[in-house]
Design a protein around this ligand. Structure first.
Ligand code: AMP
Length: 146
């Protein structure tokens, strides 16, 4: 089996992020692979990244949301003392943006949670199932510890 060279972890700031990060770091180290972390800012509803990423604030605009999301990702990275992990924040629909990112940046493994904020009560969340069908490379879907 050939090694992975560029691993993408997709995070949505729920508790799945910790589990995804731990697995991504392990696999990246084993494969000596580059690691990228992506969060997709969805157009609606506007998430209040500055205060609580789990709440909605209709007063903030797209640019503000993008900036706040970047800061949240940087904070997450700092909290875990991450080094050499590329951080990206993009606008759009997660399933489209994640697969476009994989093509543009030539990732060969994507790590996501089986469910995040969209699919907490489902076996497989909406982003996870959409990504499974759209991805041009291997996908590792982590069973989330509830
Ligand atoms: P979901 O299917 O939406 O419940 O989420 C499943 C997984 O997809 C999450 O654990 C993340 O790994 C990923 N994901 C969901 N939404 C986003 C997002 N906005 N940006 C990046 N990754 C996401």
């Amino acid at each position: 089996m050939s090694n992975y060279t560029h691993i993408l972890m997709a995070v949505d700031f729920d508790k799945s992020g910790e589990q995804i990060l731990a697995k991504a770091l392990d696999i990246a180290e084993l494969n000596n692979a580059k690691l990228s972390m992506l969060h997709v800012v969805e157009y609606t509803p506007p998430v209040d990244y500055a205060n609580d990423p789990m709440t909605i604030n209709w007063d903030i605009n797209d640019n503000e949301m993008l900036e706040q999301a970047k800061k949240s990702l940087q904070k997450f990275s700092k909290q875990h003392s991450l080094k050499n992990v590329d951080l990206s924040v993009e606008f759009g629909r997660p399933k489209h943006v994640i697969s476009q990112f994989v093509k543009d940046h030539v990732c060969d493994l994507v790590i996501i949670g089986s469910h995040g904020r969209h699919g907490i009560s489902l076996l497989l969340g909406s982003t996870a199932s959409a990504v499974l069908h759209a991805m041009p490379c291997d996908i590792l879907t982590l069973k989330m510890e509830d």
